[in-house]
Design a protein around this ligand. Structure first.
Ligand code: UDP
Length: 324
């Protein structure tokens, strides 16, 4: 199939482009390179464009006779969303609206989007199932929830089918080292911990050491990016068979604290991670852990790489290769 991948020059997008190409799909990356990198577009054609530019999207859909869309292009930093909410509603809500308008006008029948566990806010019960009430506690989560509401309304009105994959914490890099995590600045925990281990930053800041968790640090569910990519392929296949829309969690179903990440980084690199305890980051819930039963049933998704050691090992491979 001919798939348009918005944000295909980014972290999860580039891994998905590789997986799509290996499965025989034709990939067209649509990206404004605001956070993505041209160097990561190694699978498929590249179109420079902004998702807010509906006319450009329409022209691209027509030119490449696009059959389905995978939509990654978004702003995705919890902390930044708290201080710059407008950017999040513009890019994530208005941006998705622009894509949906283009799909309606050009007759593209389905879309797979990047949802997030941030829509759940800080729920009482773990693990989190999809029916857990959405109650976001930061603008990032709120913007992605609005996106899902728009998808449902566009389906009612225009018949566009969709799957929102609510990722927990994407982690790791391509097992072959062909693409990886490249954020500027890098803010995510695993790469920051590795950077501290190899001396690229003086110390890892741990945002909060007195959370109501077993060791006082935040617990997250780290799922390998190649497993996420695989779920997108399965979602496109699913929708291409005419099946109905879904919201689906994607997580490794294992809670990992920041101290556990630090000790696994030591195991992998052989070096202790220097760290300091810093104030909590606004918008961070103490624990997020997925129940991914639905992905396993609906998509027959079987995560292959999602264990902490491999997540960190594959990131270390990438960091060593490119010394980022
Ligand atoms: N975190 C941290 N220090 C860092 C980066 C992240 O303590 O330098 C914590 C953050 O507060 C959260 C967890 O690590 O509890 C995962 O954060 P990350 O930014 O990797 O992903 P997010 O959960 O924001 O998507």
């Amino acid at each position: 199939m001919r798939i348009l991948v918005t944000g295909g020059a980014g972290y999860i997008g580039s891994h998905t482009c590789k997986a799509l190409t290996h499965q025989g799909h034709t990939v067209i990356v649509y990206d404004n390179l605001s956070t993505g990198h041209r160097e990561l577009v190694r699978w498929g054609d590249f179109v420079f464009g902004d998702i807010l530019d509906t006319q450009r999207l329409r022209a691209c859909i027509r030119q490449y006779r696009i059959e389905g869309i995978i939509h990654f292009a978004a702003s995705a930093y919890v902390g930044e969303s708290v201080v710059e909410p407008g950017k999040y509603f513009r890019n994530n809500v208005c941006g998705t609206l622009s894509i949906l308008d283009a799909m309606r006008d050009e007759g593209v029948p389905y879309i797979v989007v990047s949802g997030t566990c941030a829509v759940y806010g800080s729920p009482d019960n773990m693990p989190i199932i999809e029916d857990t009430p959405a109650n976001p506690i930061n603008p990032y989560g709120a913007s992605k929830l609005f996106m899902e509401r728009m998808l449902a309304d566009f389906e009612n009105a225009h018949g566009i089918r969709w799957i929102s994959l609510r990722y927990f914490n994407a982690a790791g890099c391509d097992p072959d080292g062909e693409t990886g995590e490249w954020h500027e600045p890098e803010t995510h925990l695993i790469p920051r911990a590795l950077m501290a281990a190899i001396g690229k930053i003086p110390a890892l800041e741990i945002f909060g050491g007195d959370y109501p968790t077993p060791d006082g640090t935040c617990v997250r569910d780290y799922v390998h990016v190649s497993d996420l990519a695989d779920a997108h392929l399965r979602s496109i296949d699913f929708l291409s068979k005419g099946k109905k829309s879904h919201i689906i969690n994607l997580g490794a179903e294992k809670g990992t604290s920041i101290y556990e990440v630090i000790s696994t980084v030591k195991e992998v690199t052989g070096v202790s991670v220097p760290y300091i305890i810093s104030p909590k980051r606004t918008g961070d819930p103490p624990i997020l852990q997925a129940d991914s039963t639905k992905a396993k049933i609906i998509l027959e998704w079987k995560p292959k790489y999602s264990n902490l050691n491999f997540n960190i090992n594959s990131s270390f491979l990438w960091i060593n290769k490119y010394n980022k």
